[in-house]
Design a protein around this ligand. Structure first.
Ligand SMILES: [Zn+2]
Ligand SMILES: [Zn+2]
Length: 278
């Protein structure tokens, strides 16, 4: 299983000299194995997809965690949409309010975007999922709702031999005293439990988090606690706050390392990085 990080920034694209190391593009990760390609979220980082030769692919699958702009803003510029008859499957969270097509059309229609969803030349197939299990090529995928404003999913992707869990926007520490003691009741537990790699929200410092509780994101302390409770093997801390420069991110990471050792390895997600699992 190959994992390519194309966008690891939270909230809004933040490119510039101060963010060049960790990167400023918003959420997008590609996961591939054999000839199956999954695109996780379509933030501004999805532009990298346009550099790939997709002529050998019969279908492309895009798995959206939720429909906040930083996770869908690249969709209008997603090249496979404009390839006649290419099957493009979009998987996204079911909502009791409106169906996925109606919600996506709010962005993919004038005046926000000139092309209507129904006029795209590709063969677009939408799938609404909740607490679901489904298969795409070699991948067995579990989706589950997690704590974040609006219907939001995390994904657990089982490859042939390894597991990658993707929860870019998540605030699991909403128990009375932070993280709930009984691990299996923590939001996202089933998705992350024992994963080889966990990609998880770590937007804030503890000080910032205390001023932004309930906004749907995590601080480093909480993501490290979540990773400990779920016994994962390697953690990618992601959804970097747009106000954090490379220097600040480095300082935050150094502070986290100083305090504790953990039963897993961890690093800050960095745009352009590639990881490989057996
Ligand atoms: Zn986000
Ligand atoms: Zn969000």
């Amino acid at each position: 299983m190959k994992i390519n990080l194309w966008g690891v920034r939270g909230s809004i694209p933040t490119t510039g000299p101060g963010t060049g190391f960790y990167g400023g593009q918003t959420s997008c990760t590609m996961v591939s194995e054999d000839s199956t390609m999954l695109v996780l979220d379509a933030g501004s980082g999805v532009q990298r997809f346009n550099e790939i030769d997709t002529s050998a692919y019969k279908r492309i699958d895009v798995l959206l965690t939720h429909l906040h702009m930083d996770h869908i803003q690249g969709l209008g510029f997603f090249k496979p949409f404009f390839v006649p008859d290419l099957q493009v499957h979009i998987w996204g969270p079911a909502s009791s309010a409106r169906d996925l097509r109606t919600r996506l059309s709010r962005y993919l229609s004038p005046p926000l975007f000139p092309v209507l969803l129904r006029d795209l030349p590709c063969k677009l197939i939408l799938h609404e999922v909740g607490n679901s299990e489904f298969q795409i090529g070699p991948f067995k995928i579990k989706s589950e709702y997690v704590i974040h404003p609006g219907p939001t999913l995390g994904y657990r992707i089982n490859g042939k031999k390894s597991v990658f869990t993707y929860i870019p926007d998540h605030e699991p520490a909403l128990g009375r005293n932070g993280m709930i003691r009984d691990a299996k009741w923590i939001s996202g537990y089933n998705l992350a439990n024992g994963a080889d790699i966990l990609y998880h929200d770590g937007q804030y410092t503890l000080e910032e988090y205390l001023a932004k509780k309930g906004w749907g994101h995590s601080c480093y302390n909480d993501v490290l606690q979540f990773a400990t409770a779920t016994q994962i093997k390697h953690l990618l801390i992601a959804h970097h706050d747009p106000s954090h420069s490379d220097t600040q991110l480095g300082d935050m990471f150094a502070a986290a390392q100083n305090n504790h050792t953990y039963p897993f390895t961890y690093e800050l997600a960095k745009e352009g990085n590639a990881l490989e699992l057996p």
